[in-house]
Ligand binder design. Structure first.
Ligand code: CMP
Length: 132
């Protein structure tokens, strides 16, 4: 069993999509090992996305991620990192496959409904950051 980390982002929480997203996660065979509603401070969002610090979207992204509550998730399944990325879909909702969470609920490349760890090592770091 592998664990990965996910976030339901402020746009999806504000639109009342927590339940639908959790349903998709559970229907895809994940066990929810951790779940918490959290209002990120700007500082915490900046620390979480530190790897993107040099990117032009960093300021907007961290402001947005601290603009309203998010749901942080620890998800467990065989090959969880890959499986969670598959059901999230591509970063940009326009490019995401039909039926993926970002296609269903994402607004644009920044407000893309969910976050997921991109590799097993990242998952460990991100899980430790939110579920110490
Ligand atoms: P996420 O999976 O949370 O990881 C980094 C986030 O940065 C990504 O989802 C998007 O929300 C955001 N992002 C990535 N690329 C861009 C971009 N070109 N413009 C704006 N936001 C971006």
């Amino acid at each position: 069993m592998e664990k990965t980390f996910g976030i339901i982002k402020p746009d999806a929480v504000a639109k009342g999509k927590i339940g639908e997203i959790i349903r998709i996660i559970e229907e895809n065979g994940f066990k929810i090992a951790g779940l918490r509603l959290e209002q990120l401070s700007l500082e915490k969002a900046q620390k979480f996305y530190e790897v993107h610090k040099a990117r032009p979207f960093y300021n907007d992204l961290t402001k947005y991620m601290s603009s309203g509550p998010v749901v942080v998730l620890a998800l467990e399944k065989e090959n969880a990192v890959r499986a969670w990325r598959d059901i999230m879909g591509a970063t940009n909702p326009i490019e995401a496959a039909e039926g993926t969470i970002r296609k269903l609920f994402g607004e644009n490349i920044e407000r893309n409904a969910v976050h997921g760890s991109d590799a097993a090592e990242t998952a460990k770091t991100e899980l430790a950051f939110f579920f110490p």
